[in-house]
Ligand binder design. Structure first.
Ligand SMILES: NC(=O)c1ccc[n+]([C@@H]2O[C@H](COP(=O)([O-])OP(=O)(O)OC[C@H]3O[C@@H](n4cnc5c(N)ncnc54)[C@H](O)[C@@H]3O)[C@@H](O)[C@H]2O)c1
Length: 343
């Protein structure tokens, strides 16, 4: 079995690839190391994978590579590559979102059609829903994105549907709801909150903290992806993948204070355009079609991420601590480094 994971150096892609190692005859990872955060962090994500004999990294850009050549012989594609994050998708940054999230997805689907893969899993997002008309939100709800990022993720999803319905490319789109856990992207809320709590620095909170999110542990996202490669599904399937942990951001901060055993210094700043007030999904479809239900609760999942940050901080040479932190959060395109996104 030959698997291909795009965005393999990223947060979610690297976790999926690690879980695939024991079952893959050949595991090919693609990444172009976009500048949304530092290459150093992405290389760390690849550390375990690089030691495996059945893993091969191809550093290339999906926008330009010969994808038919790359996909030849591939059974399963797990397409995780993309530019994530809601806020930087406004303004001039949008062109990157269109190219990496829409055009790259279309090129990959076209190659999958030519080559004839057995399954094409696409990393979609809760951002396709925007402020949904009802909660918990099901896949039957008409998606109305509230951010340009959400528009590009929905376009990618529609492309999967189009290739599925016309050409029988066996696509399944998984709509992830705010994913967290070890190796979470440095622009995301939990990452920033925990680093600030452990480093005793200030947390900048957008809005009043009463935004509700259905946080999903990365292990549950991985499991949904693996099941989506195994189970028989009609082409163009779309499924919510959410943790069932409906919580306010203030609730997360209270939990973090207990877990980290550190008082938090929180500064409240105005809410940001594109941020929805609530995400909350029903995952009945994923349960029915994949036999998937989320298994990691918020307290347990948050503790696992806190532990990862502790180890990461302990392993940093003290003299370089500040520069390492500045490098990880501020490097690359400024557009994709604005904090606290849910995508
Ligand atoms: N993290 C979340 O909470 C979340 C929620 C919903 C959806 N998603 C989606 O899941 C996917 C993974 O998100 P993540 O949080 O792991 O992000 P990430 O930035 O950590 O990983 C994405 C990776 O894709 C690579 N990439 C981007 N464009 C590429 C291209 N043209 N060619 C090759 N590689 C490219 C980047 O270098 C990066 O390493 C994204 O598609 C994102 O939209 C994430």
């Amino acid at each position: 079995m030959r698997y291909l994971v795009t965005g393999v150096a990223g947060f979610i892609g690297s976790h999926i690839a690690e879980y695939l190692l024991p079952r893959a005859d050949e595991l090919v990872g693609i990444d172009t190391f976009t500048g949304n955060y530092s290459r150093v962090m992405k290389e760390q994500n690849l550390r375990k994978l690089r030691q495996a004999a059945n893993f091969r990294l191809i550093e290339t850009d999906l926008r330009f590579a010969d994808l038919t050549d790359l996909l030849t012989g591939t059974d399963i594609v797990l397409h995780q590559a993309g530019i994530p994050g809601v806020r930087p998708s406004w303004g001039p940054g949008f062109v990157d979102y269109v190219e990496h999230n829409v055009l790259a997805t279309q090129r990959l689907l076209e190659a999958a059609r030519q080559v004839g893969v057995r399954r094409f899993v696409y990393a979609s997002s809760s951002s396709v829903y925007g402020n949904a008309p009802s909660y918990p939100t099901s896949e039957n709800t008409i998606p109305r994105p509230f951010s340009p990022y959400g528009v590009t993720k929905l376009a990618g999803e529609h492309l999967c549907g189009t290739y599925g319905r016309n050409w029988d490319v066996p696509t399944v789109a998984l709509r992830y709801f705010t994913v967290y856990g070890p190796r979470q992207r440095p622009d995301m809320a939990f990452h920033r909150f925990i680093e600030a709590a452990l480093g005793r620095t200030e947390i900048q909170l957008y809005g009043d903290g009463e935004q509700v999110r259905d946080f999903t542990h990365v292990d549950d996202v991985v499991r949904a992806n693996l099941l989506a490669t195994e189970v028989d599904l009609p082409p163009a399937t779309v499924l919510n993948v959410a943790g069932g942990t409906r919580t306010t951001v203030n609730g997360v901060l209270a939990l973090l204070t207990q877990i980290a055993e550190e008082p938090l210094q929180v500064t409240r700043t105005p809410e940001q355009a594109g941020d929805v007030s609530e995400t909350w999904a029903t995952c009945e479809q994923a349960e029915r079609l994949l036999g998937w239900i989320p298994s990691v609760g918020l307290a347990e999942g948050l503790a696992s991420q806190v532990e990862w940050h502790r180890q990461r901080m302990d392993s940093r040479p003290p003299v370089r601590r500040e520069s390492a932190r500045a490098g990880s959060v501020g490097a690359g395109r400024s557009a994709a480094t604005t904090p606290e996104s849910n995508g």
